[in-house]
Design a protein around this ligand. Sequence first.
Ligand code: URA
Length: 192
Amino acid sequence: MDSKYTQLEQIATDIREKNVCPDLAMQATNLVMGDGNLNSDIVFIGEAPGKKEDETGLPFVGAAGKFLNEMLAAAGLERKDVYITNIVKYRPPNNRDPLPEEKAVFWPYLLKQLQIINPKVVITLGRHSMEYFLPGMKIGEIHGQPKRIQFGDHKIVIMPLFHPAAALYNGSLRQTLIDDFLKVPEIIRQLK
Ligand code: URA
């Protein structure tokens, strides 16, 4: 079996070779696949790359990423302890919301990423990635409440959080997000 790294590289190659989402690909500088520890118990899933992410090819390196780093630090973690990706892998123009068809076309590739990394907890950031794992649920009602779902032949925990960009200029949402995230290490301890 190829290493996790090689398997993830293959997903990126497939996306390029099959010309997935040509409208976004045409305007993008980089395909932003993900970054971090391929053996982590925790995977974060955001929406789509922004300007900085498109320029660097790395997820969450702009203002929202800075806040994500702070959230991690509050739990005694660093980026190298987790894996971070998005549902949509190319930047939508002018940072508009990803379209339903853009999310749908990247969904199978996100599932493959998760199968390879095999985390215990998937943290969805914002409603765009949440709605795929927890259809019909509302982020305002269920944020910070872990849900166990069947994933292939085993269960994983989905932890729905608000998107860090939403909390950037909203002090109380910022604290909510940190409080929600601080539940994750205990959830992992209980799963072991
Ligand atoms: N917002 C996201 O959802 N993803 C990123 O990578 C950056 C900002």
